[in-house]
Design a protein. Structure first.
Length: 252
């Protein structure tokens, strides 16, 4: 009996630790210099621990094809924060951390997976800048921490020169069979496309690229998949210099 009780206690504690673990996703990460343009991108990641325990975990970055995104980050004190494609963090209760990519190479895009032993809050922000020496912010937008959903929708707008870019990440181990349905203001499906996104892969395209010559509309893009995926969208102006985030929402 004396040996059984410690084992039961260990099992209960292990189950509690597993239950407290958290994973969320940033469906779009961008870093590096634009090809043929005097501009570049930074991504900043904010993490905050509002629990009563030390938060230990990682932020792991992947390129669109699923390979490691080996980019450099510094923290808010200017200290290098990434090894290969991973930021390892330890955040005491009540504290916040900021990590910013340094844009030292050519542009790469992809997504990030955040794991923590206790629940934390997270947000990312990517920003478009002119190159030094006169570095000037062109635009920036927040990237929400996303969970995996098999059916969701995003508001889109292609009227008056606007366009909407949609990012989809499949961090799972199985291929995602994805159906994209363009729904107009009256709730009618006016176009549909299917695609397969391999395990660990990511894609980011404008809706006008996905559906070709489409009439301008304001509506929604419904996204359904056989497995959980993470999504987000950006609404761009006609010059593609200004943009803002639109958030996914669940649909029946």
């Amino acid at each position: 009996m004396n040996r059984i009780l410690p084992m039961l206690l260990w099992i209960c504690l292990s189950a509690g630790m597993t239950f407290a673990q958290q994973t969320f996703y940033f469906p779009q990460i961008a870093d590096g210099r634009d090809s043929g343009a005097p501009t570049h991108w930074h991504t900043t990641i904010f993490l905050s621990n509002q629990s009563g325990a030390l938060a230990s975990g990682t932020v792991t970055m992947f390129q669109s094809g699923g390979s490691a995104m080996n980019i450099s980050f510094v923290d808010d004190l200017g200290v290098p924060a990434a090894v290969a494609n991973r930021i390892t963090f330890q955040i005491p209760p009540g504290q916040t951390r900021k990590y910013t990519s340094v844009a030292s190479g050519d542009l790469v895009v992809g997504y990030a997976v955040v794991t923590s032993n206790v629940p934390i809050a997270g947000n990312a922000m990517f920003a478009h800048w002119t190159n030094p020496p006169n570095e000037t912010l062109i635009a920036e937008a927040g990237v929400p921490a996303a969970s995996l959903m098999s059916k969701q929708a995003i508001f889109i707008d292609t009227q008056f020169g606007f366009n909407t870019g949609v990012a989809i990440a499949n961090p799972g181990s199985a291929a995602a069979a994805i159906t994209l349905e363009l729904v107009n203001r009256d709730g009618q499906v006016v176009a549909s496309r299917t695609q397969t996104l391999g395990p660990g892969q990511h894609t980011a395209r404008f809706v006008t690229e996905v559906f070709g010559n489409m009439a301008p509309l304001a509506g929604r893009l419904q996204i359904s998949s056989n497995t959980g995926i993470a999504t987000m969208a950006l609404r761009f102006n006609a010059s593609l210099e200004r943009y803002t985030t639109t958030f996914p929402f669940t649909v029946p």
